[in-house]
Design a protein around this ligand. Structure first.
Ligand SMILES: Nc1ncnc2c1ncn2[C@@H]1O[C@H](COP(=O)(O)OP(=O)(O)OP(=O)(O)O)[C@@H](O)[C@H]1O
Ligand SMILES: [Zn+2]
Length: 638
């Protein structure tokens, strides 16, 4: 039962919820049932069929409609007096600025990506509004509290980086199925159906072109008037046959490795003339409500079956054909989407054919989709538990009850009878560039790198700025915004292509560049250090940002797969829990330990935190924290 003070705090509160998905639906329900009366919801998405199993405020008839609006309508049916304001929009839209955030007493995040989480963190810091942050993956979850000046901000601790793979493993020497999936998704699919201007590591020269000195023609381009079946076979033979032969010619590579086997379409499909790949008329007529599917067109129904090489080859060619015949207008704009059936079929079969070449076991479409889409199946109960904990923390925040704030981790198996592990939040990290405005250092070749490299790879990709401005002393070098006059736009357009040392206010060794995000109201000073050379494999950006930490990538194979790049999918806490029971929470730099006693989550917990020695008993639960020395202190909740 809530106390009268708690009820008072709840009644007077104006709450912003960001995200009305799995956690968001549970959260809105819990807020409503706890007595909250004024809730604003931002969500940019519409409802999909796949949401209905756990996002219980939505029904079949709502598919295609705004999540924020339908969530409001559903809750108003049982709490008609509540005020719920929906925004069907991206939280990164400029309208949601610091002024907008200032009207709220607390912000609750139910998001699924790092990018939006970082953005909300910064707005909350700038507006000085407490943030209750959450995340779930399957049975695992966490709730953290971020109050400016009192607890760490969301970005004080490094987040696990998405798993990346060396380019050569993906392009030449795959040894696991996931390598084949990354190749099929990030290289082949991107090359055939994605943005043609993007860099791609696939070999585009055919045998004939390779020996000529003329400008190489891109074999992936469909020739004018080329029959789609012939084209499909040509692509097949190039990537699974010719390219493998080319790789085999480099003897060094295969000295200590199993040699791959080139596969040509005539061998994989000996009895099939090019035109008999399938008959999409059977099930893919244009007014068919079912999604376009190559496997359906070929009469293959079971996504859990592991197809043979020949079946994979047939589906691969059929999928390619369907893209060109039925979705030609999408070609050039596609990026892989796990909810795009034809894309999943294409990637699964391409990965399987490549796997077959390299002696790697083949997988079913269901399994391949899980790997390609980084899918960890959502557990509704975890979302409900996490949403409940968020409300409890929100109530403490509203009462300014700082000594009882808790970060709580939801575990897969009870540990010492605890399924929920409460931990006292950390203080803000003095070295955090976000909440403590600590300067960063950038090693960069100022004579080769352009301002564009700096803005794209550092300011946007690493610092997560949305509307950046770049200054060198009093000279404004670059800015983004709707209200710029023509001269400024032209000026910035010229600057962005310039090498750093040739800018109107040259950026050279020792320069301090100031970058600012006007929407996030965040400023960061970057000390520039000129460096000539960078290691292509280890420092693929050609620059190195120091003072900006990202935890090592997670090891699980079905995490994010990017080739030396950045991905934005959901992440788990940067925490590893080790115990005598077999538990797993996503992994991070194993450095410091912290102790937690058998304390159930207790919102009225008045117990104190005390330092404990490093040599404590072995049978306590040990949490391994991030690699910040501040986290080195062991504490015990008693
Ligand atoms: N930048 C953003 N602005 C507004 N809403 C966002 C933003 N980023 C993510 N969201 C919302 O956060 C919610 C996250 O919910 P959830 O993790 O359940 O994902 P989902 O897309 O509903 O489900 P799934 O990814 O499992 O298919 C989504 O509804 C999504 O639209
Ligand atoms: Zn911070």
């Amino acid at each position: 039962m809530a106390t009268s003070q708690q009820l008072e705090a709840i009644k007077g509160a104006k709450v912003l919820m960001v995200g009305a998905g799995g956690i968001g639906c549970e959260l809105l329900k819990s807020l409503a049932l706890s007595g909250f009366t004024d809730v604003h919801i931002i969500d940019m998405d519409t409802i999909e069929v796949s949401n209905l199993n756990r996002q219980f405020l939505f029904r079949q008839s709502h598919v295609g409609q705004s999540k924020a609006r339908i969530a409001r309508d559903s809750v108003l049916r049982f709490r008609p007096n509540m005020s719920i304001t929906p925004y069907h929009a991206n939280v990164k839209d400029p309208d949601f600025n610091v002024e907008f955030f200032k009207q709220f007493n607390v912000v609750l995040n139910g998001l699924d990506n790092l990018d939006a989480r970082r953005h909300v963190n910064r707005l909350c810091l700038a507006a000085d509004v407490p943030l209750v942050e959450s995340g779930t993956t399957g049975f695992l979850g966490q709730v953290t509290v971020h109050v400016k000046g009192k607890t760490e901000c969301y970005e004080c601790r490094p987040k696990p980086a998405p798993k990346t793979y060396p380019v050569c493993t993906i392009t030449s020497t795959p040894s696991k199925f996931v390598h084949c999936i990354v190749w099929a998704k990030d290289l082949l699919f991107a090359k055939l159906f994605g943005d043609k201007t993007q860099e791609n590591d696939l070999n585009v020269r055919s045998g004939a072109a390779a020996s000529s000195s003329e400008q190489p023609e891109d074999v992936f381009e469909r020739k004018k008037g080329e029959d789609v079946h012939e084209y499909g076979r040509r692509i097949y033979d190039h990537v699974f046959g010719y390219n493998i032969e080319l790789a085999l010619s480099n003897e060094e590579t295969w000295k200590n490795r199993q040699r791959p086997r080139p596969i040509y379409s005539k061998d994989a499909l000996p009895d099939q003339p090019a035109k008999l790949n399938g008959n999409f008329e059977l099930s893919n007529s244009s007014d068919d409500p079912l999604p376009l599917s190559a496997m359906a067109a070929l009469g293959m129904k079971n996504p859990q079956e592991v197809w043979s090489l020949s079946e994979n080859s047939r589906i691969f060619l059929e999928a390619l054909k369907l893209f060109f015949e039925k979705r030609e207008k999408d070609i050039g704009n596609l990026s892989f989407d796990k909810d795009d059936q034809l894309a999943v079929e294409f990637v699964t079969t391409a990965a399987n054919i490549r796997a077959s070449s390299f002696g790697i076991p083949l997988h079913s479409l269901f399994e391949a989709k899980g790997v390609a889409g980084n899918i960890v199946h959502a557990v509704a109960t975890t979302n409900a538990i996490i949403a409940g904990l968020m409300v409890l923390e929100a109530i403490k925040v509203l009462q300014n009850d700082a000594k009882n704030y808790r970060m709580t981790y939801c575990l897969e198996h009870p540990s010492r009878k605890m399924l929920l592990m409460p931990v006292e939040p950390f203080e803000p990290d003095k070295a955090c560039y976000v909440c403590s405005e600590t300067p960063l250092t950038l090693e960069i070749n100022t004579e080769k790198s352009t301002l564009r490299d700096f803005v794209e790879k550092i300011v946007k990709a690493k610092l997560g700025m949305n509307l950046p401005l770049v200054m060198n002393r009093s000279a404004l070098l670059y800015e983004v915004g709707d209200d710029l006059d023509e001269d400024m736009v032209a000026n910035y357009a010229a600057n962005i292509e310039k090498v750093l040392c040739e800018l109107p206010a040259p950026v050279t060794n020792g320069t301090i560049v100031m970058v600012e995000d006007l929407q996030q109201e965040m400023t960061c000073n970057i000390n520039i250090k000129h460096r000539e050379e960078f290691d292509e494999e280890k420092e693929p950006d050609g620059m190195l940002l120091l003072g900006w930490n990202q935890a090592p990538p997670t090891e699980k194979d079905n995490n994010n797969h990017v080739i030396n790049g950045v991905s934005t999918s959901a992440e788990l806490p940067s925490v590893e829990v080790v115990d005598d029971v077999d538990m797993e929470i996503s992994e991070v730099a194993p450095v410091k330990k912290r102790k937690v006693l058998d304390t159930p989550v207790d919102t009225n917990n008045k117990k104190k935190v005390e330092e404990v020695n490093d040599d404590d008993e072995d049978d306590d639960v040990i949490m391994l924290e991030g690699n910040n020395p501040e986290y080195g202190k062991k504490r015990k909740l008693i």
